[in-house]
Design a protein around this ligand. Structure first.
Ligand SMILES: Nc1ccn([C@H]2C[C@H](O)[C@@H](COP(=O)(O)O)O2)c(=O)n1
Ligand SMILES: [Zn+2]
Length: 160
């Protein structure tokens, strides 16, 4: 008889996003993204981090202060890394699972890539203009937004 306590596709893909986000070195917000096609095949994964081929030590993780001395001009967002890690594969009709609601810049890239559904967990910057612009664009572009309510609080993984 088959097991009944297997995880759903949604929890699986969001779990993979969260696991991917655990690779992030950002001390305040770790974001992971997982892009999935219509056949539930994972097309690409990403997390927020600094640009490839450079030492992380050359960039700051600071949030406050002079813009150029903060992380903001340098960090590549999880969604953008996931899109770029697909290396030009078609993302038409795909879904993206991301633990944090996409900012306006990621929203533009998500829409342009052909992704049609965004599954997210938290929307902690909902009051910002970036997120308002993001929702406006998603709405105009008919991209479906789905706040996932996972069927469990945590998934435990044991290495043994
Ligand atoms: N949709 C998003 C939004 C933000 N990020 C990244 C960019 C930063 O590394 C971090 C946000 O930092 P905070 O301002 O909360 O200290 O999350 C992303 O990857 N995707
Ligand atoms: Zn973003």
């Amino acid at each position: 008889m088959k097991r009944n306590d297997y995880i759903s596709w949604d929890d699986y893909f969001m779990g993979i996003s969260l696991l991917s986000g655990m690779r992030s070195k950002d001390p305040s917000t770790q974001v992971g993204a997982c892009i999935v096609d219509k056949n539930n095949r994972i097309v690409s994964i990403g997390y927020n981090g600094f640009i490839n081929g450079c030492s992380d030590e050359d960039f700051p993780w600071t949030r406050d202060g002079e813009f150029l001395e903060t992380k903001y001009p340098y960090v590549v967002h999880a969604e953008q890394n996931a899109i770029l890690n697909a290396r030009g594969k078609s993302l038409e009709g795909c879904s993206i699972y991301v633990n944090l609601f996409p900012c306006h810049d990621c929203a533009r890239n998500i829409i342009q890539s052909g992704i049609k559904k965004v599954y997210y967990l938290v929307d902690k910057y909902a009051d910002t203009d970036s997120i308002k612009a993001s929702k406006y664009m998603f709405n105009k572009a008919n991209v479906e937004l789905i706040q996932l309510k996972p069927s469990m609080d945590k998934i435990e993984i044991e290495f043994k």
